[in-house]
Write a protein that binds this ligand. Structure first.
Ligand code: RP5
Length: 162
């Protein structure tokens, strides 16, 4: 079985409601992915194994979502040179600001491309992954350009009262 180019990983089943936004957008753009629960705190060995094998498996982008003390994206970035896009999942206690700060402020040397908090961030993570893959895939580049044009075309120029 060949590995898809994108890995979507998340700290918990509870993150899937958010991370599905990324999966749905990858589906829309015709990009294959795998989705896995890989927790930095609860399954550290799984995290280590996923990061250790990412390059050899052929993953090209990893989208990592987590909430709270969200160490998953940063730890994954420390374990593989595959680009990691971080999605701060919105938490109840601190509205996702905890997740955002946990993911965003990486030390020099191990970057995580950090998206917005919650569902918009997950969707943008998919679009960011698509942009990276489109550099080497002209058919995908065309699909992404069309997707962006359709979004622009859907925005009305004049506001209405309803
Ligand atoms: C993090 O803790 C997960 O990424 C999740 O966002 C948060 C809460 O997890 P659950 O208690 O819902 O499993 O590790």
């Amino acid at each position: 079985m060949t590995t898809p180019p994108v890995g979507i990983i998340m700290g918990s089943q509870s993150d899937w409601a958010t991370m599905r936004e990324a999966a749905d957008l990858l589906d829309e753009l015709g990009i294959a992915y795998e989705a896995r629960i890989v927790s930095a705190h609860r399954t550290p060995d799984r995290l280590w194994e996923y990061g250790k094998t990412a390059v050899d498996k052929g993953l090209q982008v990893i989208i990592a979502g987590a909430g709270g003390a969200a160490h998953l994206p940063g730890m994954m970035a420390s374990k593989t040179r595959v680009p990691v896009i971080g999605v701060p999942v919105q938490t109840k206690a601190l509205s996702g600001v905890d997740s955002l700060y946990s993911i965003l402020q990486m030390p020099r040397g191990f970057p995580v491309a950090t998206m917005a908090i919650g569902a918009p961030g997950a969707a943008n993570a998919a679009l960011m992954a698509a942009g990276i893959l489109a550099l080497q895939d002209s058919a995908l580049a065309t699909r992404l350009d069309e997707w962006r044009s359709a979004l622009s075309a859907s925005i009305p120029e004049v506001p209405t009262d309803d």
